[in-house]
Write a protein that binds this ligand. Sequence first.
Ligand code: SAH
Length: 216
Amino acid sequence: MDSDAVRARMVHKLSAMGIVSAPVLRAMGQVERHRFVDTALVNQAYEDTSLPIGLGQTISKPNVVARMGELLLDSALGKAGQLGRVLEIGTGCGYQAAVLAVLAREVYSIERLRGLHDKARANLRHFRLPNVHLLFGDGMLGYAKGAPYAGIIAAAGGDAIPQAWLDQLAVGGRLVAPMVTSGGKQALVVVDKTAQGLKHQLLEAVHFVPLKSGIA
Ligand code: SAH
């Protein structure tokens, strides 16, 4: 597939939808999303839609991946345009991890489903990204060994933000995650860790798969 032109079109749409961060647009233009979906879905890979990746899970929409990346870079530690260590909860097919690999020095990405952890490893092999570390485990516990993180990003939403994520965030760092709010709907939550404490913001409605505990 000659995907450069289709990807450029996707990037153009993302900026029309309000994504302004140059590093994020560059990353979205660089990572070949069609390599992360099944052959039958390749011609939908650059549409702004979530797609099935197996085991009942989905790859997030390009616009959502870009939006979350932009929010991470908009933090105190991200202002310079590159992040230090980032933790992703919910590797899925590995697409967002590949995008984050452009935006951060080191990416730790954790997945609770063995089948998807293996799939992400296979998908990412082509890209040879030495700064992406795939982990199999329960991301609700975070990954203490890589902490503190300049950014934490979750691709699955629960009823609350696990304490481990807040503990593992660096001062100046930012967490971006979907969470079920009081109305029973999911919204994007941003938490900044400052020297004075945690600052929460509730943003737009989103639709992510549920955050589950344990491994399978
Ligand atoms: N970022 C992914 C999106 C995958 S969907 C991509 O680009 O493809 C979200 C993923 O979160 C699913 O694969 C699901 O299995 C995983 N997940 C849900 N709860 C989890 C947990 N506690 N720890 C790790 N992964 C989890």
